[in-house]
Design a protein around this ligand. Structure first.
Ligand code: ZN
Length: 147
């Protein structure tokens, strides 16, 4: 089955339609012609967050963090590696709760780092506390397998 998925570009936030079978072939954005997946977490402001969470038809994992948070900074390299492993089946994003406090408030983020997994705009799982690369990947896959 070759269903088309809505994939939001990390560069220009245009919504692209990509056949699920083509996800792994490094698709480019129809708007800005840059790669739809970079293998790196995407930093989101409130507008970008709403675009990606609201329109993406692949799951979006969000790391709520802040620059002053030691455990957040410790987790960052693991999160980078997890992005390289989980893309293009999951979009990995980061929200700096100091720069974008409205999002932390909207989702009632009580401690950082907190990971939240969104599927079709709905939060399906949340995990506070720093995790290593393998634990991040396992945590995401366990919640997606549950469907
Ligand atoms: Zn683009």
């Amino acid at each position: 089955m070759t269903e088309a998925l809505h994939i939001v570009c990390p560069h220009c936030h245009t919504t692209n339609r990509v056949k699920s079978a083509d996800l792994v072939s490094a698709p480019d954005c129809g708007g800005c012609h840059q790669p739809l997946f970079t293998g790196h977490p995407l930093a989101l402001d409130e507008t970008g967050f709403d675009r990606h969470i609201g329109r993406s038809q692949i799951p979006v994992l969000v790391d709520f963090w802040a620059p002053w948070c030691g455990p957040c900074r410790m987790m960052a390299p693991a999160y980078e590696k997890a992005a390289a492993r989980l893309e293009p089946h999951v979009r990995l994003a980061k929200v700096d709760t100091e720069a974008v406090p409205a999002l932390g408030a909207r989702y009632n983020i009580r401690s950082i780092p907190t990971l939240a997994l969104f599927v079709n705009g709905r939060e399906v799982a949340r995990q506070p506390g720093a995790m290593g690369e393998a634990d991040i990947v396992r945590w995401v896959q366990s919640h997606l397998a549950r469907g």
